[in-house]
Design a protein around this ligand. Structure first.
Ligand SMILES: NC(=O)c1ccc[n+]([C@@H]2O[C@H](COP(=O)([O-])OP(=O)(O)OC[C@H]3O[C@@H](n4cnc5c(N)ncnc54)[C@H](OP(=O)(O)O)[C@@H]3O)[C@@H](O)[C@H]2O)c1
Length: 567
């Protein structure tokens, strides 16, 4: 069969693709980036460029295929506060596929999950989850829409995948749990940890998707479950043992603080049987169970970040002072980003509001030594405070926004998008600094700038020098993409993250990259090293170092993180 697969580059999708190709099928995969397209091509898949929102692309690719397997899901927004948005995009894609496939009798297999069943009840394939209007249950309603397509001439089926689909290379829930335990120095569960999660090995799940597309009758519910329910406490104990950290408990109230985005999932009690699935498709899970897989040790190899980050930071160290402020030497010139050294306290912000600094800087202007250039992304009080402003008088050049260039006097120069300035290096040659787009909030730039004002990012290049990107306060992955198209791959990205939010401004959406989009930006930029800044020291920052570590681990990018030298 010619099978169109969405999410073919993902954790499960990449195994499904191999399974399908090995069984003699031809696979066409949706790719939303050059990197994913390249990965698909390397795996023998014909890549179709597009996103889940490109419904015409989905329609056309499905119409030209004998079957569709739908695995893509916007986890990047789904796990960082907009599960509803992710589930609604999923529903639109499913409806598009349904309309396209109606009357063809073609197979349509959709990944679903196992939330929404009564705690303590062993869910079977015949059980239907409760739909209560919550964001999680939007996905359950989508599952029912898929099953209903059976009556419209579609051989539709859903595979309810266990919440942990584990295996070597996992960057999902288990990897995040290990990362959190490593970062916190304790392996925790919530309450008594008796709540359970079913589990399935990724390669067993991949086989189930193949069997489903080949022979599941229309309207089948299949359980991607190899083990019915493993107590979270048992998982925490194995993790604690391997990391040699104590096993502890956190209360449901503090779960989100301890586990960040994983908290609500870790509190679920789910158990599910696979009897009907096994009988229907003669599916036999053969790969290791979850605890055995954890005990094989691959989840616990020291993060590869240690070695490469040390190597790269020795080559080109970055000093971080808290907030957006960092200092580095590049091409013999010393660059300081957004100078802020004022004491903790309240500072005025645009619109009469107040920004609260919660921690002191890890240094003072007096300790900086000579600074050649300030890279000033914009002038909000958390990016240019009183001491930072005073310091500009002693710095020969401040590069900033076009408006800021006019405001800040003779030593300041504004850079429009893609405008460059050449700076002489002490030993001869030049460093080029180019202004790149930054959008300080969600939505179109003109609308965001009306509230937030201009912001600029920077790219530094020079003969024989690595490419460096300093994002400034930017929330837009499109802006990152534009920069990556011109300058990627970059060596070092000084990424402003932290997901700052204000109630009542843009519906509380992040005004700067959150942890997951920072990881996505890393992928887009092809960045070898990421030095995160702007994730601490201010009350409006909502995601700190742990969330970044967890998101990069979940994205399989933990080895790119370099936390810099403090002060
Ligand atoms: N893994 C689990 O434990 C688990 C458990 C229960 C259910 N599931 C479900 O199983 C399915 C596959 O999960 P997974 O673990 O393989 O997820 P994953 O590793 O996060 O992969 C997600 C896939 O979706 C693609 N994608 C994301 N946003 C997209 C967009 N806007 N447009 C087009 N493609 C987009 C990604 O493309 P890129 O490669 O370009 O990022 C990737 O190929 C999902 O529906 C998931 O919710 C998974």
């Amino acid at each position: 069969m010619r099978i169109f697969v969405t999410g073919a580059s993902g954790w499960i999708g990449s195994a499904v693709v191999t399974e399908l190709i090995d069984a003699g099928h031809q696979v066409v995969g949706l790719a939303r980036s050059d990197a994913s397209a390249a990965a698909l091509t390397a795996a023998g898949v014909q890549a179709v460029r597009g996103t889940l929102d490109d419904l015409d692309v989905l329609r056309e690719a499905a119409g030209a295929s004998d079957a569709v397997i739908h695995l893509a899901f916007k986890h990047d927004i789904g796990f960082t506060g907009d599960y509803q948005g992710a589930a609604e995009a999923d529903r639109r894609a499913v409806d598009t596929f349904g309309d396209t496939l109606a009357g063809t009798d073609h197979p349509f297999v959709v990944a679903s999950g196992l939330a929404g069943f009564k705690p303590g009840h062993l869910a079977t394939e015949r059980d239907m989850p409760t739909i209560d209007g919550s964001p999680l249950s939007i996905r359950m309603a989508t599952e029912q829409a898929v099953l209903a397509l059976a009556s419209r001439g579609v051989r539709s089926s859903v595979v309810r995948v266990s919440p942990t689909c584990h295996g070597e290379g996992d960057h999902g829930f288990m990897a995040a749990l290990v990362a959190i335990a490593r970062a916190k120095g304790v392996s925790a569960h919530i309450g008594d940890g008796a709540n359970r999660w079913p589990a399935v090995h990724r390669l067993d799940a991949a086989r189930l998707f193949r069997l489903a597309v080949e022979k599941a009758p229309a309207g089948s519910v299949l359980h991607g479950v190899a083990e019915e329910g493993i107590p979270i406490r048992d998982i925490a104990e194995v993790i604690g043992h391997h990391l040699d950290v104590p096993v502890t408990t956190v209360t449901p109230e503090t779960a989100s603080e301890h586990f960040a985005w994983l908290g609500p999932f870790l509190d679920l009690d789910v158990s599910a049987s696979n009897t009907l699935t096994r009988e229907l498709l003669d599916w036999r899970p053969t790969h290791p169970g979850l605890l055995e897989d954890l005990n094989r040790g691959h989840y616990f190899h020291a993060p590869s970040s240690v070695t490469p980050a040390e190597t790269t930071s020795d080559q080109f160290p970055v000093r971080v002072f808290g907030g957006p402020t960092a200092l580095f030497e590049y091409g013999g010139l010393r660059f300081l980003t957004d100078p802020t050294f004022d004491a903790p306290g309240d500072y005025p912000a645009p619109g009469g509001s107040v920004l609260t600094k919660t921690a002191p800087s890890a240094g003072s202007p007096a300790e900086l030594g000579l600074v050649d250039v300030v890279l000033l992304s914009h002038e909000h009080a958390d990016h240019l405070d009183r001491s930072g402003r005073a310091l500009l008088a002693d710095v020969p050049l401040t590069l900033t926004t076009p408006d800021g260039g006019k405001r800040l006097g003779d030593k300041a120069r504004g850079l429009a998008d893609w405008e460059s300035v050449e700076l002489d290096r002490p030993g001869g040659g030049t460093v080029t600094v180019t202004g790149v787009p930054a959008v300080h909030g969600p939505g179109p730039r003109e609308e965001v700038e009306a509230f937030s004002g201009q912001v600029v990012g920077f790219v530094l290049t020079g003969d024989g020098l690595p490419t460096v990107y300093v994002s400034g306060d930017n929330a837009s992955l499109d802006a990152v993409r534009e920069t990556a198209d011109r300058f990627g791959p970059v060596d070092t990205a000084v990424l402003f993250a932290g997901a700052p939010r204000f109630e009542g401004l843009f519906d509380g959406a992040p005004l700067v990259l959150d942890s997951a989009t920072a990881a996505e930006a890393t992928r887009i930029l092809g960045a070898r090293r990421v030095v995160p800044v702007h994730y601490d020291s201010w009350a409006h920052i909502t995601e700190g170092r742990d969330a970044l570590q967890a998101a990069f681990t979940a994205a399989g990018l933990a080895d790119r993180l370099d936390w810099g030298h403090l002060g």
